[in-house]
Ligand binder design. Structure first.
Ligand SMILES: *[C@@H]1O[C@H](CO)[C@@H](O)[C@H](O)[C@H]1NC(C)=O
Ligand SMILES: *[C@@H]1O[C@H](CO)[C@@H](O)[C@H](O)[C@H]1NC(C)=O
Ligand SMILES: *[C@@H]1O[C@H](CO)[C@@H](O)[C@H](O)[C@H]1NC(C)=O
Ligand SMILES: *[C@@H]1O[C@H](CO)[C@@H](O)[C@H](O)[C@H]1NC(C)=O
Ligand SMILES: *[C@@H]1O[C@H](CO)[C@@H](O)[C@H](O)[C@H]1NC(C)=O
Ligand SMILES: *[C@@H]1O[C@H](CO)[C@@H](O)[C@H](O)[C@H]1NC(C)=O
Length: 429
């Protein structure tokens, strides 16, 4: 058995230092390869179904509403109220205003997320707004955001769902400024956008596991089984860490496959393996330890600028009546209520493991003057089985398969940026 390294972003690293321009092109073969490996391989083993309602205590919806107060705030973001309020505990309420952009006002929506273009006809899923139980979540305000991040570099570290978040951010910002496409690697995984009017740099750093990985080769071909190394951070993003002012980190969907976890002494555990001398501790265990390694690395990084790191929690998929490759679909057209989501299912468990790691990093970071915040999107998104492309993702190679992992643009994923702005201002000021 041989191993091949799958970390390949040294040219990207070079770019960040040298700022040379490079236009990436994608060959059709490569595209289909990417679609199969990046989009669908994460669904393998992924057959979580949590749409069976459970009865939970009904929420008192008559709590007082707080309005952002203009004083003691960054342009209307009242830290006093936002600090006391759990932004992530709430429900979706009807909002006749609908989405803040369309597929014509935002020209950067990737084809696979442009659901209306591919025939999605229901629009009600746009007419909902997230309402935290004890306050009002201010809507993302692109002007204020760009002023806040003036002169800064923001990095998103994660997989294709992290990229989905970036795409939503680009659409929301497009009302104020369209960035210059400064760098794109040949696989369109690592990417840099520059907003000249605000000297703001947005960087996408693609990583599967946050830590270093090698895909196992069996008889000369890639096996889909990965070795991951908990004592070695994925250099693709960690090399760029020193230049970033703000970091948003996430991981999840690549962990739903066969993985062998290594520390400096050797194999310590596995996921979905069937080996006599290695224990399968499950997806959560691997996810937790990889996140711990990444956050420890950030805390220990002496030459890093980043004072604020945000972790985005698990983004649930919504395959119903089957898995990704057995006819599973997600064709609902409205959100679920809080009583209809399963809080004892695996999604919430993964989110809770992530929260524990964030708390540990936060305790340690306090002494090192580093701050850790959380975009705890899991609960809100568990209620949005209607937000995925489903069959409307325009894929020619994989007709009949539904994408119930990524999110339509515009769509409920835009709330991630409402959360992001509120938390960034809270943590950074
Ligand atoms: C936007 O969506 C409409 C359907 O609502 C579709 O006809 C059109 O082609 C889309 N436009 C773009 C630029 O994708
Ligand atoms: C690799 O190839 C050898 C010889 O062709 C074969 O005996 C063996 O079963 C193969 N191993 C796997 C895991 O496919
Ligand atoms: C590696 O993992 C094993 C088993 O969990 C543990 O006993 C050992 O202390 C670990 N080594 C290091 C360097 O973390
Ligand atoms: C299991 O143990 C055997 C014997 O000690 C060793 O040869 C083998 O490499 C081990 N397998 C794994 C997956 O570590
Ligand atoms: C979803 O698809 C199934 C099977 O085609 C159909 O029975 C059901 O009515 C659809 N649901 C919605 C909300 O369209
Ligand atoms: C919630 O999820 C757990 C764990 O998967 C499962 O055992 C339980 O049956 C689910 N409850 C409902 C009501 O679906």
């Amino acid at each position: 058995m041989k191993y091949s390294s799958s970390s390949s972003s040294s040219s990207f690293h070079y770019f960040l230092r040298e700022r040379c321009l490079n236009k990436g092109r994608l060959s059709p073969f490569f595209m289909s390869f990417v679609l199969v490996t990046v989009i669908f391989v994460p669904f393998i083993f992924y057959s979580i179904n949590h749409l069976n309602p459970i009865s939970k205590h009904a929420l008192d919806q008559k709590l007082p509403l707080f309005k952002p107060h203009p004083s003691n705030s960054f342009r209307g973001y009242d830290n006093g109220i936002l600090k006391k309020c759990d932004l992530f505990k709430g429900h979706w309420v009807p909002d006749p205003h609908g989405s803040r952009y369309t597929n014509s006002s935002c020209t950067s929506i990737p084809d696979s997320k442009n659901c209306f273009r591919h025939g999605r006809s229901d629009r009600d899923f746009l007419n909902w707004r997230w309402k935290p139980d004890k306050c009002v979540l201010p809507r993302f305000d692109p002007k204020t955001f760009l002023e806040f991040v003036k002169g800064k570099k923001l990095g998103f570290v994660g997989d294709s769902v992290a990229r989905n978040h970036v795409e939503s951010l680009l659409c929301l910002l497009s009302k104020v400024e369209t960035p210059i496409d400064q760098y794109k690697d040949s696989e369109d995984r690592n990417r840099i956008w520059y907003f000249p009017n605000h000297d703001f740099t947005l960087i996408n750093l693609w990583t599967k596991f946050l830590v270093h990985d090698e895909e196992r080769m069996i008889n000369g071909s890639l096996s889909g089984t990965f070795n991951i190394y908990l004592n070695k951070i994925d250099e693709g993003w960690s090399k760029e860490l020193p230049i970033l002012d703000y970091v948003i980190i996430s991981d999840a969907h690549w962990f739903f496959r066969q993985i062998y976890l290594h520390n400096s002494t050797g194999v310590v555990a596995c996921v979905y393996c069937n080996s006599p001398n290695v224990t399968d501790y499950g997806v959560g265990f691997a996810l937790k330890l990889a996140l711990r390694s990444a956050l420890t690395h950030i805390n220990n990084c002496k030459n890093c600028k980043a004072k604020v790191t945000l972790v985005r929690t698990f983004s649930p998929a919504h395959f119903e009546d089957g898995g990704w490759n057995t006819g599973g679909r997600c064709n609902r057209t409205s959100p679920l209520s809080e009583s209809e989501i399963n809080m004892s299912g695996p999604e919430w468990e993964l989110r809770s493991l992530q929260m524990e790691e964030i708390e540990k990093a936060r305790k340690k970071g306090g002494k090192l003057r580093k701050r850790f915040g959380v975009l705890d999107v899991t609960r809100a998104m568990m209620m949005r089985p209607d937000g995925h492309p489903g069959e409307f993702w325009g894929n020619k190679w994989m007709k009949g398969y539904n994408d119930c992992v990524h999110w339509c643009l515009p769509g409920p994923i835009d709330v991630w940026n409402d959360f992001f702005m509120a938390v960034l201002i809270r943590e950074a000021s």
